[in-house]
Every structure is written in C-alpha cells, then in structure tokens.
Design a protein around this ligand. Structure first.
Ligand SMILES: NC(=O)c1ccc[n+]([C@@H]2O[C@H](COP(=O)([O-])OP(=O)(O)OC[C@H]3O[C@@H](n4cnc5c(N)ncnc54)[C@H](O)[C@@H]3O)[C@@H](O)[C@H]2O)c1
Length: 320
C-alpha cells in the first residue's frame, strides 16, 4: 500500500530522516518547519541523506532521484498537508506543542488522511488529547536515523481503528521497515524503556570510574548489542546453555543475575554535577570527530543491515 503523498511536519533530525526515507522509496513528500532557517538547512539535509542511501546501497538511484524531484519544501502547514494520505508529526517532544500542531493538522487534513506522531514515549491519549477524530491517529516511533534503522514502534490510542493500524503497518512495510505493534501504551513505549535501562547502567559505570566512555561503547556495541542484533535477549539466553535452553540457563545463571540486579543503578535523576561530568567525558572521548563518526556509524549500520538481510531465511521461519 503506497500513499499518494506524505507530509512531514517538523524538520529536525527525525523529520528529515522520515522525509529522506519516503523520498528514497520514490514517494512524493512535502516537508514543513515553522522555522525558516531550519527549513533551508532541512532542504539540503533531506537531499544529502536521501542520496547517502544510494551510496550506502540502501536505495536505487533512479527511485531516489524520482523521489527528490517530487520533494516539496512547503511554506505553510496547509500546503504540506493538502492532499497528503499520511501526515507524520515530528516536532520536538513537548505534549502541549504536539497537541496544538495536531489540532492545526486535523483542521487542514483530508478526511481520509492517516495522522501519526513520532513521539519517543508520550502517551497517545495525551498527544492526541485535543483532537476530534481519534480513529485515524497513532504513534509511529522510529529510531534515529529513521532512514537506516528499520524498527518502528506502532502505538495505538485507545480509539485508533484497526483499519488505521493496518494501514500504518502496510505503509511502513512498503518502506522496508519492521513495524512492531504494542498491545497497549506505556510511557517510553518498549524501545525507550529498554534503552533507558541499559543507558542508566552505562552512565553509572562511567561515572563510577569503572570504564572509559569509548571502552564502554565498545563493550556494548561489540558485546550484547551485536548478539541482540542477531537474536533478542530472550532468544540469546535460550541458546546460551546448550540443549537445556532457558531452563538450564536459569538454573545456572539466574542467581548471578539476581545478585547483579540487587546492585544495579536505580537512580532516576542525574544531578547537575553528574550531568556535567558525563557530558565532558563523552565530548572528550569523541572531540572534533562527530561528522566523521556519524558517517562511519552509518556505513557500519548499513553493513549490519545488509548482512542480516542476506542471512535471513527466505521462509521467514526464524525469529529473534
Ligand atoms: N532524536 C531522536 O533520537 C529521536 C528518535 C525517535 C523519535 N524522536 C521523536 O521525534 C520527534 C522529533 O525529534 P527531533 O529530534 O527531530 O526534534 P528537533 O527538536 O530536532 O526538531 C523538531 C523540529 O520541529 C520544529 N517545530 C517545532 N514546532 C513546530 C510547529 N508547530 N510546526 C512546524 N515545525 C515545528 C522545530 O523548528 C524543529 O526544527 C520528537 O517527538 C522526538 O521525541 C526523536
């Protein structure tokens, strides 16, 4: 299922990523941002990030160029939203600002348009709280950068129709994404909660002087994360104890995990001094190399994705 036109509202990192992803599929996209300076930068960034997908072998050049000729840099919200089948809200994570722009979107949108928010974890009942029609509203939470990482969390509002859920899933699949549908909303959704839990422990280990920032990053990206890229945490442990599977794993190792769980960081706030120390450590570790590191990260990401795609069984019988 392919929309006739997609509107992306908000042209920060995520809006630009959505626009690049849709343009790379040859879909007509209109992008709009309230800030004219951001619009100017975004216009260049969408082209750069869409064409980067060709260089990374993630999209064919002819389709990308077709998508880019149809890219509209809208001057007004109404221009962006007009005739769009799918409207993606991607403004900053502020529930009041989202409510306000969504009311504006609803007023301008066609009756059949699907409306999704890119929120990282706000409850859909709050995001869409001021709208009249909720059957066509839902969250499609991407990961950064959205044009590369295929997972998208789809989170319904209580009144989202099954048809709208199916349509969002179909659109995302047509874009080569892996939509994961949550059965119910929870703050932070699934990805945010798992990421927040792991990141808290990572911060703690750095602030307690156990390991440096770059060694910690390597410990995760070449350790559990590479295993999780091939199989999720449950399947990883089910496969980690021979024939006995998870039963044997829990017999041998659950007690160790329980003793670590008792000692894991459980704070819920970083005080200003800790924030300063964390920021300084991260900036020192990656000083002056951010653009180079971003390109290197994108090359590695596309290589991992290609490897996973090639290794996936055609029957789709594998899981994890
Ligand atoms: N950055 C991430 O890693 C990430 C990942 C997944 C989801 N998200 C979510 O995606 C959304 C966007 O995140 P981001 O990092 O791109 O934010 P951002 O702050 O970089 O960009 C938001 C953009 O929206 C524009 N904007 C604000 N109000 C507007 C309005 N009323 N109309 C039009 N444009 C408006 C701003 O000018 C800005 O350019 C947030 O909800 C965020 O939580 C972020």
């Amino acid at each position: 299922m392919i929309p006739r036109k997609v509107a992306v509202i908000g042209a920060g990192d995520i809006g630009v990523g959505w626009a690049a992803l849709c343009a790379s599929a040859g879909w007509p996209v209109a992008i709009f941002d309230l800030n004219p300076g951001t619009m100017e930068r975004a216009s260049i960034e969408v082209e750069r990030r869409t064409r980067a997908l060709v260089a990374l072998d993630r999209a064919p050049e002819s389709i990308v160029e077709r998508g880019l000729t149809e890219l509209v840099r809208a001057q007004f919200l109404s221009e962006a939203v007009q005739d769009a089948d799918w409207i993606i809200e991607a403004i900053h994570e502020d529930v009041g600002a989202k409510q306000k722009i969504l009311v504006g979107i609803e007023q301008q949108a066609g009756d059949d348009a699907l409306i999704s928010s890119s929120s990282s974890g706000l409850p859909p009942t709050e995001i869409f709280g001021r709208m009249r029609r909720l059957d066509r509203c839902l969250v499609t939470h991407p990961l950064s950068p959205p044009e590369l990482i295929p997972l998208v969390e789809v989170v319904p509002e209580d009144r989202t129709s099954a048809a709208s859920m199916n349509r969002a899933v179909e659109y995302l699949r047509s874009l080569g994404r892996f939509p994961i549908v949550l059965k119910k909303s929870i703050p932070g959704y699934v990805v945010g909660r798992v990421s927040a839990a792991v990141w808290r422990e990572c911060i703690d280990l750095v602030l307690r002087g156990v390991i440096s920032v770059d060694e910690l990053d390597r410990a995760v990206s070449l350790g559990p994360a590479i295993g999780w890229a091939a199989a999720g945490p449950h399947l990883t442990y089910h496969l980690a104890a021979g024939e006995g599977g998870i039963r044997s794993f829990t017999q041998h190792l659950l007690a160790s995990f329980e003793s670590w769980w008792q000692q894991l960081a459980h704070w819920a706030q970083l005080d200003p001094e800790e924030q300063r120390a964390l920021i300084q450590s991260i900036e020192r570790a990656y000083k002056g190399k951010v653009e180079f590191l971003r390109e290197a990260r994108d090359r590695r990401l596309s290589a991992i994705l290609k490897g996973l795609e090639q290794a996936r069984a055609p029957s789709g019988s594998e899981s994890g």
